[in-house]
Design a protein around this ligand. Structure first.
Ligand code: NAD
Length: 361
């Protein structure tokens, strides 16, 4: 996206955001931007990211991009949440102590529940606890505060369910026994995903730039460890990106050797249209990231509606299997790539809710 200096409203018209809030507190050094993309289906839920942005325009672009993604993620998951996200511009001079986070919590609270925050890159349960001192509009809280804890196991479960579904579409069977799967990134989600894959006797290869995360897996499971530079394009049945975004790009796509792509990372396609089309033209099935990594937000949703239970979350994650099939069918029928098909389905639910604001579709 272009740098934003002027014409802010015409930019928001393009991205179709409802509200953007700039939060500034001179005393604590807090500089945050809360993006509320769409609340047709419910309050805008999305994590708070702390990042060292090279300029404020990048921070704004990031919050706009991420909050839009949350709208589609919640919509396609069938949950009654809208899309929001917050970014905090990491300033080394600001002491990110309790006062800082409580001040941020006051800003979140001032939105009266229109925005619900959660953890993201750079925030942990510690920060969530401070924010929670000032506002009840927080999800992903630790268990001792009545929350649902770490969302990663649920994200991993959703990716596993989606992977089976995509494999079924590719081969007619959803058994992963003896299937070669390359997992890039053995962090929170990657490790739980590998547990599922190993319990189904898949043949798993892993790569990570963090040796201690590799060791956590190799101590537990018999897996092949691959050079991080080789994992994306290695000869495998399924590639599972669980590290960074944009690994599907004009350089990697011509060299992919997999039949299916299904992983947890956000924004796997560098360009949703161009790269999504290129993957499709290669005959590789790509399971849309924002649908299949929605287990975490679904877990937050079950927390926000009260009487949290793992079973309720799992019951909302399991339908990802059929949604993956529906998306591949629509993609084939309309000749659009699966990411575009998933966005279309998500948008239709929002449009329906806009027409009937009392009944969330
Ligand atoms: P994490 O930080 O715990 O794990 C990421 C892992 O990727 C780390 O071990 C890191 O060392 C590794 N990594 C980074 N660069 C790499 C590279 N070039 N090659 C190989 N490995 C590399 O993060 P996570 O919580 O496991 O999330 C993984 C991905 O899934 C992220 O993109 C995240 O945005 C997305 N996601 C996570 C959740 C969740 O519930 N945690 C929900 C939705 C989406």
């Amino acid at each position: 996206m272009n740098p934003i200096s002027t014409n802010l409203f015409s930019h928001l018209e393009l991205t179709n955001h409802e509200q953007v809030m700039f939060c500034h507190d001179k005393e604590s050094g807090l500089k945050a931007i809360i993006g509320i993309h769409n609340t047709a289906l419910g309050p805008a839920l999305g994590g708070t990211r702390v990042w060292k942005y090279s300029n404020e325009s990048d921070a704004l672009n990031d919050v706009l991009r991420l909050s839009r993604g949350m709208t589609f993620k919640s919509s396609i998951s069938g949950i009654n949440l809208g899309g929001g996200k917050a970014v905090i511009i990491d300033n080394p001079n600001a002491k990110k102590d309790e006062k800082f986070w409580r001040r941020y919590g006051q800003f979140v609270n001032s939105l009266n529940g229109l925005y619900i925050t959660a953890e993201d890159v750079g925030t942990s349960t510690k920060e969530i606890e401070y924010i929670f001192e000032e506002t009840k509009h927080v999800a992903g809280k630790p268990f001792h505060l009545g929350g649902s804890g770490d969302p990663s196991p649920f994200t991993a479960y959703g990716v596993y369910v989606a992977m089976k579904s995509a494999w079924k579409k590719a081969t007619g069977s959803d058994s992963l026994q003896g299937i070669k799967i390359a997992v890039q990134g053995t962090g929170h989600v990657g490790q739980y995903l590998i547990d599922h894959l190993m319990s189904e006797q898949a043949i798993v290869s892993i790569a990570d730039i963090n040796q201690s995360n590799i060791e956590l897996v190799t101590k537990k499971h018999k897996v092949a460890v691959i050079d991080p530079n080789q994992i994306v394009t290695m000869d495998t049945d399924i590639y599972a990106p669980c590290a960074l975004g944009a690994t599907l790009n004009e350089e990697s796509i011509p060299n992919l050797q997999c039949k299916v792509i299904a992983g947890a990372a956000n924004n796997q396609l560098k360009d949703e249209v161009k790269d999504g089309d290129a993957v499709m033209k290669r005959g590789i099935l790509y399971a849309p990231d924002f649908l299949i990594n929605a287990g975490g937000v679904i877990n937050c949703y079950t927390e926000t509606i009260g009487e949290y239970s793992k079973e309720k979350t799992i019951a909302l994650i399991d339908p990802i299997y059929n949604k993956v099939q529906e998306i591949f069918d629509r993609s084939a029928k309309e000749g659009i790539n699966p990411q575009q098909a998933a966005i279309a389905i998500a948008q239709e639910r929002i449009n329906k809710a806009n027409m009937n604001p009392q009944t969330h579709a």
